[in-house]
Design a protein around this ligand. Structure first.
Ligand SMILES: *Cc1c(COP(=O)(O)O)cnc(C)c1O
Length: 396
């Protein structure tokens, strides 16, 4: 039996390789940061991590995690509702709710699980989910696990959303779901308009703030802060694995009845392990830092503005962005790979994306800015982009 299956898999792997879609891991032998060391010995500036606030290697978070490691030990060996909840987990849940001006929070092992476990307990075949076409894979999978009717609208297209909401009037309850920031373009969901349409068409709203929490909005409270509608969406999901420290963990925060039902019924919560106490402790420290000062958020915003304005002035074609994601458009798949490879030789680590990750003919290099970047890091990257841009005739 296995021989036939082995050939079947080997053929698929070959197809992936031949299509040039093979993903290889680059091996890092240093902490995550602005500068990382690879196992080849090369030191590179990192412009492709989700380490937006530079917290992945933050001394205060390490100290908080280390203390909890001593006080609470390594792991919980349990799901939350059996014996996997410490006071740290509860404290972090309250802190996250305070941060987003919501009523309650439930932690998960990852945001993938938060999204995977949010729809099925709340909605049935009588209801409707209206989802942005570019929503994250975990939202798509979560929706698949739920029996609600599915409607899809084109990315951030409010006319299309309105049309879908009209179609969805047949169902009992309606939930609009969107990413806060879309990871390939860096564009922000037009959440104010979405909430207006939700009010008009009697729908609820869920936003996944994974790429926007800590990044978007003056104090990093995400897209609801940017549009001044904090507390006005029913459900927010997010990750502790990006701006919020970068370790592991996810959450759903929102209306208290919703969170309570998730505690009763959400399968990734009921059937998967608790995050380790050290991660919860570092999470508490992280939220305290974010509430106490905007130093990191301000630095990130300054870095993003500086980088984008310099790159635009050089003549690069940059997708409009309100996040820390900057898509440098090259349009040609091969060019994007060559450009990224040459940048790596210059010590700048970025990723070139092309179809099917982005639409055909929209190949690009995605740059992710961080509060960990100093001005000299940005200048080095900009200089390298200019050099390669001229070599490859992207710039005149
Ligand atoms: C990264 C990401 C996730 C997954 O988060 P994890 O905590 O790593 O599982 C979910 N949704 C969006 C929009 C993301 O960008």
């Amino acid at each position: 039996m296995y021989t036939a299956f082995q050939n079947h898999i080997a053929n698929q792997l070959k197809e992936i390789e031949e299509a040039g879609l093979n993903k290889k891991e680059r091996i890092i032998i240093s902490p995550q940061g602005a500068e990382i060391e690879l196992d080849t010995g090369q030191k590179v500036l990192n412009f492709c991590a989700n380490n937006y606030l530079g917290l992945s290697n933050n001394p205060d978070l390490i100290e908080a995690a280390g203390k909890a490691l001593g006080d609470y030990g390594y792991g919980m060996s349990s799901v939350r509702f059996i014996c996997g909840t410490t006071d740290l987990h509860k404290k972090l849940e309250r802190k996250i709710a305070n941060f987003f001006s919501t009523e309650d929070t439930i932690l998960y092992a990852a945001c993938f699980d938060a999204n995977g476990g949010v729809f099925e307990p709340l909605l049935t075949s009588e209801d409707a989910i209206i989802s942005d076409a570019l929503n994250h894979a975990s939202i798509i999978d979560g929706v698949r696990l739920c029996k609600a009717h599915r409607y899809r609208y084109e990315n951030a297209d409010m006319e299309d959303l309105e049309a879908q909401l009209q179609l969805a009037q047949e169902q009992r309850f309606r939930l609009i779901v969107t990413d806060g920031v879309f990871s390939m373009d860096g564009n922000v969901a037009p959440l104010k308009k979405i909430v207006e349409l939700a009010n008009l068409y009697n729908a609820m709203v869920m936003v996944d703030e994974s790429h926007s929490a800590g990044v978007v909005g003056e104090s990093g409270r995400g897209v609801t802060e940017l549009f001044n509608i904090m507390g006005q969406v029913e459900i927010i999901t997010g990750t502790l694995g990006k701006a919020f420290g970068g370790a592991i963990g996810g959450f759903t925060t929102g209306k208290k009845e919703i969170i309570e039902l998730l505690r009763q019924r959400s399968r990734p919560y009921l059937f998967s392990n608790s995050i380790p106490p050290m991660v919860a402790a570092a999470g508490i420290k992280m939220v305290d830092m974010m509430i106490g000062t905007n130093v990191l958020q301000d630095k990130l915003h300054r870095n993003a503005e500086y980088f984008i304005s310099r790159m635009t002035n050089l003549g690069f074609d940059i997708k409009p962005t309100k996040s820390a994601i900057c898509a440098v458009m090259l349009y040609d798949a091969k060019l994007s790979q060559e450009f990224a490879a040459r940048l790596l030789r210059e010590g700048i680590y970025v990723i070139g994306f092309y179809y099917p990750v982005v639409p055909k003919g929209e190949a690009r290099i995605r740059v992710q800015l961080s509060a960990a970047h100093e001005k000299e890091h940005l200048d080095k990257a900009i200089k390298a982009f200019e050099k390669i841009g001229k070599e490859l005739r992207v710039l005149k």
